[in-house]
Write a protein that binds this ligand. Structure first.
Ligand code: DMJ
Length: 672
């Protein structure tokens, strides 16, 4: 039976033919008509099939919906990224786990969260997907992170972006700072280059200025040197004209004074002429020495004065010229002076008759002056060295040995008198660096230098004495606080200072030059200033013989000068010290000070007809009151030190080869 089989088949025709009407009502009536035409079995089969489809559809619905639910998010994100990159998206939504994480794992992660909050919002690992899926998810997440890192302005990671931004900004700042440093470096280099150029220019300018100054200083120094030579010529003119071969010129009266009758000024001035290169004058003086000078005379001479001026002058002239005439004469006078040492104590008498060969103390006393008996050593020691006759040196060394051990010193300071019979100090308790003691200190140092710095007893005595000066005699004046060297009389301090004390700055500086403590040089500078002020504060600009310093607060000026002390004898000590200070410091102020002093000598002591004169009153420029006497040391010392002060040649009597005696006659430092 074939029709039943056709009836059991389901034939569903969904589309009609003929007049096609696609309205909703026509479609509803058509479907109903066809449903009614079906058999009961067909209808049940169709209902069953529909029910089956519904059941299946419901069972697979979640995975399908989830599948289709995830896809658009990614697409949306991609769209969002492209279109609206700054839109904030929740990190948790982006990496929403397909299944919730087990609480234990979640807790474990939370306990190990590190870093800023944004960094802690990392997607938890999924547990309900395969490893591939996890990997894919991780790769996708990483890719996204990488992408995001490529696009730092995508700020879904909020703080991280901000942190990154901060890092970027910081990096940027570092870069900018680096750039700034580079710029600054460039600027510095440019500035350096500019400075170098400037420095070179500056240095050039300075060099030019220095050269200019050097030139003008040289011109100045040359003219000052020439001024000293002029001064000497003028002094020599008066001496030659009115006092030739005599001891001293009396320039006002155009005559001469005799002391020893030995041509004192001429001999004292010999080495000065040599040093000043006054050849003509030197030659004529030499002729006189050669033809006229005789020590075979029945005259009393002062041991000290004739030693330092005559013996010293002849020895130094011999060294400078090499002419044995002067050595022979030196040996002659030295030998004639030796009787002075024949005393009970071996402390020499002050006076010797060089013709008779007898000696004696001054008529009124048996004392000698300490400075006199201790300031003849350089000359007699040198005479022994030159003649190989030790008697000269032995005589003067014996004095030093005795004085070294004598009682009566105070902190190395010595009294002013020593008895030729007992060999003891007398007039104890009075201490000065001025008259009668001054060159004792000077010769302690200079003998030590002369002998090659080996005689440590001399050095010890010198250093102890300087400490004694500091302790007992140094004070400050008012109002200018000048350091000065006063005197001590039985424990009583007196602010009295002789111009003679102004040898001390030079001697202190010399000691420092030869290795003694630097504070000696400091003291030398302070005292140098004081000695200059002794000139500068006077109306004539010339120092008196003695000053008294004011120590009371509120004093108007630092120095007072007693009527009896207002004279100036053309003494050298301040100029001598200026020479040492300039040699060792090269401070031009010392030259300028010297120049001022020389000008004032020219102004107030120069005698128009020839020569210079001592004056009675340094406080009266209108009438300084000439004394009518030119001391031999003005030519022997004062003018020589002026010349050496203004000379730029350190080899012109090098202080490393020579030591000046107390009359400015240079004697050689003994070779080893
Ligand atoms: C010079 O004869 C010597 O310098 C001596 O040491 C002190 N007196 C005069 C100069 O003033």
């Amino acid at each position: 039976m074939h029709p039943s089989s056709r009836t059991d088949s389901v034939s569903v025709t969904l589309t009609g033919s003929g007049n096609y009407n696609n309205s909703k009502q026509w479609r509803r009536q058509s479907c109903l008509r066809k449903w009614k035409q079906l058999s009961r079995l067909q209808r049940n089969l169709i209902l069953f099939a529909v029910a089956l489809v519904l059941v299946c559809g419901i069972s697979i619905f979640p995975s399908v919906t989830e599948h289709f639910r995830g896809l658009p998010l990614v697409l949306k994100e991609e769209v969002d990224l492209d279109v609206a990159p700054k839109v904030l998206l929740e990190p948790a939504k982006r990496h929403m786990p397909l299944l919730p994480e087990p609480p234990s794992e979640k807790h474990r992660r939370a306990g190990h969260k590190r870093g800023p909050p944004g960094l802690q919002n990392r997607p938890p690992k999924t547990r309900n997907v395969s490893d591939t899926q996890i990997e894919e998810n991780q790769q996708q997440a990483k890719k996204q992170e990488d992408d995001d890192e490529q696009k730092p302005l995508v700020n879904w990671r909020g703080a991280i972006i901000e942190a990154d931004q901060a890092v970027i900004e910081a990096d940027q700042a570092v870069i900018e700072a680096d750039q700034a440093i580079i710029e600054a470096d460039k600027a510095i280099i440019e500035a350096d280059q500019a400075t170098e150029v400037g420095t070179v220019k500056d240095a050039g300018n300075k060099l030019a200025a220095a050269k200019q100054e050097d030139h003008s200083n040289k011109d100045l120094d040359v003219s000052r040197l020439e001024a000293v030579r002029d001064a000497f010529r003028h002094a020599w003119k008066g001496y030659k004209e009115f006092a030739w071969g005599q001891d001293e010129l009396k320039p006002i009266s155009k005559s001469f004074g005799e002391w020893f009758g030995l041509g004192l000024t001429l001999i004292d001035a010999l080495d000065t002429m040599w040093i000043l290169n006054l050849k003509e004058e030197f030659e004529e003086a030499k002729v006189w020495v050669s033809t006229e000078l005789s020590f075979n005379k029945n005259v009393d001479v002062n041991l000290f004065e004739s030693t330092i001026r005559i013996l010293g002058g002849l020895l130094s002239t011999y060294h400078l010229t090499g002419d044995t005439l002067f050595l022979d004469k030196a040996k002659d006078i030295g030998t004639r002076l030796m009787p002075a040492f024949n005393t009970p104590s071996k402390i020499p008498y002050s006076d010797v008759n060089i013709g008779k060969g007898t000696a004696h103390p001054p008529r009124w006393t048996s004392d000698s002056t300490v400075a006199e008996v201790t300031s003849i050593q350089l000359e007699f020691r040198e005479l022994s060295r030159l003649t190989q006759d030790s008697r000269y040196q032995a005589a003067v060394d014996e004095i030093m040995g005795k004085v070294h051990k004598l009682e009566g010193k105070q902190d190395g300071l010595v009294p002013m008198f020593i008895n030729t019979n007992t060999g003891q100090f007398t007039h104890l308790g009075v201490f000065t660096l001025g008259a009668r003691a001054d060159s004792y200190y000077e010769y302690l140092l200079k003998q030590w230098i002369q002998g090659g710095k080996k005689e440590t007893g001399l050095l010890e005595d010198y250093q102890q004495a300087i400490e004694g000066v500091k302790k007992n005699l140094l004070k400050k004046s008012s109002p200018s606080s000048l350091t000065f060297v006063g005197e001590l009389s039985h424990g009583q301090f007196s602010p009295k200072m002789d111009h003679l004390v102004c040898f001390l700055p030079g001697t202190l500086a010399l000691g420092a030059h030869h290795g003694l403590p630097a504070d000696h040089m400091e003291l030398a500078k302070q005292l140098m200033e004081t000695c200059y002020q002794m000139y500068a504060q006077m109306e004539t600009g010339l120092s008196p013989e003695i000053v008294h310093f004011n120590m009371h607060e509120g004093s108007i000026q630092d120095v007072d000068v007693k009527l009896a002390d207002r004279h100036n004898l053309l003494r050298p000590e301040t100029v001598e010290s200026l020479f040492y200070l300039y040699r060792f410091t090269k401070d031009r102020k010392y030259r300028d000070w010297g120049w001022t002093i020389l000008q004032n000598f020219n102004k107030y002591t120069k005698v128009s007809t020839g020569g210079y004169t001592s004056i009675n009153n340094v406080r009266d420029p209108a009438y300084p009151s000439p004394r009518d006497k030119m001391e031999s040391f003005f030519l022997g010392e004062t003018l020589k030190y002026f010349y050496l002060l203004f000379s730029d040649d350190p080899e012109l009597v090098s202080l490393d080869k020579y030591v000046f005696n107390t009359e400015a006659h240079p004697l050689p430092i003994w070779p080893e």
